[in-house]
Design a binder for this molecule. Structure first.
Ligand code: AMP
Length: 284
């Protein structure tokens, strides 16, 4: 039986009684197979006796576009049924008002890894993400927490926060779960029109086409960017737009001037107002 809690005090008191290790999977709900894979990985890590916790919270302070927040799907009862079927022990489903005082004024801010990619096009987004993740760690005290590699900049920032602020939780990255046609699973996919959904695998195809240049020994990052851009835009729908396309060092997340060590080609694309992200790591 899943325990569902919306209050900090009640979730804390139930967690005190549940056997360790505790694994946390933070989500914003609208669960899909990608989230479920994270929950299964959590169970693998803690074993049958350990405790799997999910948080479901559409964190208002990480949304830079108000329309993105209001249109975010929230099928809570369906989500809880999926969690129950996966054997999740505790669901923490707080209200925004109970997590953020009306005059809250402290944020966790990064000054390096968030300067490019999503951080550059979504001002304040990662401050919001880091702040809520740290709050969840403080409230729930998990031994480990699992995040998707799909959001690779987010994962890098969480690793950095845990290191730089001495947070004692083990962070585990889980591989991106994809549809058969290559589209990365995302809660936003359900907002795509059928035509956009059919077209969306172009994002993965474009990144793979750029990666296919690596065996030639090409070291000029622009060649990879040009190839990806070409495939992204080739006969694309009229309302398709590239939000960003960058080739960054996989560790520092800074743009590279020469491709000589592992690097990540990452993009965010818009189908109308639906923003999809994907990336591919390329080895020289
Ligand atoms: P979200 O609900 O979008 O905030 O995602 C919650 C967690 O699920 C994050 O750690 C995401 O990186 C992860 N996640 C979302 N989509 C996928 C996917 N397709 N594959 C793996 N992890 C994912």
């Amino acid at each position: 039986m899943i325990h569902r809690h919306s209050e900090v005090s009640s979730v804390r008191s139930v967690l005190k009684k549940l056997p360790r290790p505790h694994a946390l999977v933070p989500t914003m709900g609208a669960l899909h197979e990608g989230h479920l894979e994270l929950l299964r990985a959590a169970r693998e890590h803690v074993g049958p006796e350990g405790t799997v916790i999910i948080s479901i919270f559409v964190n208002p302070i990480q949304f830079d576009r108000p329309e993105d927040l209001t249109s975010y799907p929230q099928p809570l009862e369906q989500d809880l049924a999926l969690c129950e079927a996966e054997g999740v022990d505790v669901a923490f489903v707080p209200e925004a008002a109970s997590l953020y005082a009306s005059d809250h004024s402290i944020l966790v801010t990064d000054s390096l890894l968030s300067k490019h990619l999503c951080g550059a096009t979504r001002p304040g987004h990662f401050d919001g993400v880091l702040t809520i993740v740290l709050k969840l760690f403080h409230i729930l005290h998990p031994d480990l927490a699992i995040f998707g590699k799909k959001d690779f900049q987010q994962l890098a920032l969480i690793h950095r926060m845990v290191r730089d602020l001495n947070v004692s939780v083990k962070i585990i990255g889980h591989p991106t779960v994809r549809e058969e046609d290559g589209l990365a699973l995302s809660s936003r996919n359900r907002r795509l029109t059928p035509a956009h959904r059919a077209d969306a695998p172009r994002i993965r195809r474009a990144l793979s086409a750029a990666r296919d240049l690596a065996p030639s020994g090409e070291q000029n990052p622009q060649v990879y960017l040009d190839a990806a851009r070409h495939h992204l835009l080739l006969e694309a729908p009229a309302d398709f737009k590239i939000d960003y396309l960058e080739f960054v060092d996989s560790l520092s997340l800074q743009p590279i001037s020469k491709f000589v060590s592992p690097a990540t080609l990452a993009t965010a694309c818009l189908y109308g107002d639906v923003r999809l992200i994907d990336h591919i790591e390329i080895l020289p």
